[in-house]
Design a protein around this ligand. Structure first.
Ligand SMILES: C[S@@+](CC[C@H](N)C(=O)[O-])C[C@H]1O[C@@H](n2cnc3c(N)ncnc32)[C@H](O)[C@@H]1O
Length: 289
């Protein structure tokens, strides 16, 4: 059985781990701190399909887990946290960025929903065996797996579930439009993507969960009918664009893209689709004596 407590490491190893986490964290944090980025994120990022949350709740139930407490780590502005409120008595969104948490708090007001600023690798505010579901949406590639999985194993109740999911690169319903977005993604922003972005490109194939029997599904997609401005707004939320802008504050790349897309679509809506990947795992149940 997986234990409900953390194994103690030597003080030297612990200090090294904290030091390394602090360095990687400060590098990652620069991407999510700006309140403007947070507002863009809340406005233009796609939401996940409601069926995905019904599926996750069902996964918890079939594992004989209860639907009491869910924790969404790397919750950002709460887009991935709010839908859990329909199924769980208590939902806690956790994010390392104070700005994201502030936007989440002001945007979503629900009696069974709360937000907490913390990094996923250190969840001391949650006690051992107190959580039925941990989710991570579009954020696992930012989190250090080893300390995070140790924390997940500690806080999950026996039979509790861990669900890690996200979406890959979008396509739109015009070859010409796809070429424009592809050039922006692969050529213009080349060198501005964090190396961890490859995990999104390969739909988390290199990421595995710490529990035996974990599974992977790719049955869901996110699909929206968006205006050209919505699509361009979404492109502006890309972390590589935010980095690019810091070096090229006067860039009109997105203005150009908007113009090209308007030429193709005129006033018509764009169908935009993202492939969704889902990794599901369960902590072992308590063995009967
Ligand atoms: C791409 S956003 C995903 C937000 C949300 N889950 C969604 O699906 O829309 C990634 C989020 O992970 C957070 N993050 C990055 N590293 C983290 C860490 N080590 N612990 C907790 N959150 C982290 C960032 O602050 C950011 O809000």
């Amino acid at each position: 059985m997986q234990p409900c407590f953390t194994k103690f490491r030597s003080p030297k190893a612990l200090i090294r781990q904290i030091f390394l986490s602090a360095i990687t964290l400060s590098r990652k944090m620069e991407l999510f701190v700006g309140s403007e980025h947070s507002d863009l994120y809340q406005k233009y990022r796609p939401t996940y399909p409601p069926e995905l949350y019904a599926f996750i709740a069902n996964f918890c139930k079939t594992g004989r887990g209860s639907l009491d407490t869910a924790v969404d780590v790397g919750c950002g502005t709460g887009l991935s946290t709010l839908p859990l409120c329909k199924y769980f008595n208590k939902v806690i969104g956790v994010d390392v960025s104070e700005t994201q948490i502030n936007t989440a708090r002001t945007t979503h007001r629900q009696s069974n929903l709360m937000f907490h600023t913390s990094n996923g690798e250190q969840l001391q505010f949650l006690s051992d065996c107190s959580v039925d579901l941990v989710t991570v949406a579009q954020a696992m590639h930012w989190i250090e797996p080893e300390p995070f999985y140790r924390e997940v194993t500690r806080i999950l109740r026996p039979s509790g579930s861990l669900v890690v999911y996200g979406y890959g690169i979008n396509t739109i319903d015009s070859n010409e439009g796809n070429k424009i977005i592809d050039k922006f993604y692969s050529h213009d922003l080349e060198g501005f993507w964090d190396s961890r972005r490859r995990h999104i490109d390969n739909l988390y194939q290199e990421i595995s969960l710490p529990f035996s029997g974990s599974e992977r599904i790719s049955d869901f997609v996110i699909q929206n009918r968006w205006s050209v401005s919505d699509v361009v707004g979404y492109l502006s939320t890309w972390s590589a664009w935010q980095r690019y802008l810091k070096q090229h504050p006067d860039s009109n790349l997105l203005v150009e893209i908007q113009r090209h897309l308007e030429n193709i679509y005129q006033d018509q809506k764009i169908t935009i689709t993202w492939p969704v990947f889902v990794l599901l795992g369960r902590k072992e149940s308590e063995k009967k004596p």
